[in-house]
Design a protein around this ligand. Structure first.
Ligand code: G1P
Length: 246
């Protein structure tokens, strides 16, 4: 199925990247000559997005794409945005895009992490979308599991059948070692599940809680991500991403 809308939550304050983020929004910090978020947009467009919806706290991110001459390869993309006034969590950020997305399915890409250009992960996920949510997963060591959303899943051919998810569990409570890596294909019904789930881990409205209830209600497909995702949300990750892209 073609998935023509991509939602990119990018309203984080970038506290882990101070002092750079005192003056530059984190998604605009470059990896080589290109802002990190442009890699994410190009990944979304390569997976079929014709419309990109940013969830922002700073409009300068939109201006990178819409002011001046069009960016090569992104000339036909429609860029839209919504401001997230308060940092109430990732689920809340996704919910902010509801009025623009409407009843269309959408890909959702977290802007801190991206695979090397040329990755087909998100395209394959979008192609596999049959109405059920599709989630990218990676195996994570027990000592790191509490940094992630973690799914309950059983193997289903090359993929996984996901039956639930929990945000940032303690290692002993984790239902598996399969973590959500920040690439999702959602049906629009996810918005109702976000609305229904109150604050969760860290007191924030977590998208993982909506994933949990949506997986229980409609089922979900998990894709194992075999490629390394670069992490530009931390100084050493930014350095590694720069070397990897170079
Ligand atoms: C977010 C999500 C989490 C996911 C992670 C992937 O957490 O809440 O479910 O596993 O991204 O990077 P954050 O890294 O913002 O704490």
């Amino acid at each position: 199925m073609s998935v023509e809308v991509a939602v990119i939550p990018a309203a984080g304050k970038g506290t882990r990247m101070r002092p750079a983020t005192r003056s530059v929004p984190k998604p605009l910090i470059p990896v080589l000559e290109k802002p990190a978020i442009q890699y994410v947009v190009e990944e979304a467009v390569a997976a079929g997005a014709q419309e990109v919806v940013f969830v922002l706290s700073d409009e300068r991110i939109l201006h990178h794409f819409t002011e001046g001459p069009p960016i090569e390869g992104l000339e036909d993309v429609v860029f839209r945005y919504v401001l997230q006034e308060e940092a109430l969590g990732l689920g809340h950020a996704v919910l902010c895009a509801r009025d623009i997305v409407g009843d269309r399915p959408f890909t959702c890409l977290l802007s801190d992490r991206f695979p090397l250009p040329g990755s087909t992960l998100l395209s394959e996920m979008a192609e596999a979308f049959d109405g059920r949510m599709v989630l990218a997963l990676e195996e994570v060591e027990p000592e790191l599991i509490s940094l992630y959303g973690v799914v309950d899943a059983t193997a289903d051919g090359p993929h996984w059948q996901v039956s639930g998810a929990v945000e940032k569990p303690r290692p002993e409570d984790a239902p598996s070692n399969l973590a959500l890596v920040g690439r999702y294909v959602f049906p629009s019904s996810v918005f109702d599940h976000i609305t229904a789930s109150g604050p969760g881990a860290l007191g924030e409205i977590q998208v993982t809680d909506a994933i949990n209830s949506l997986a229980r209600a409609e089922g979900a497909v998990g894709f194992t991500c075999t490629e390394e995702l670069l992490d530009t949300g931390l100084p050493h990750g930014l350095a590694e991403a720069t070397v990897a892209v170079a």
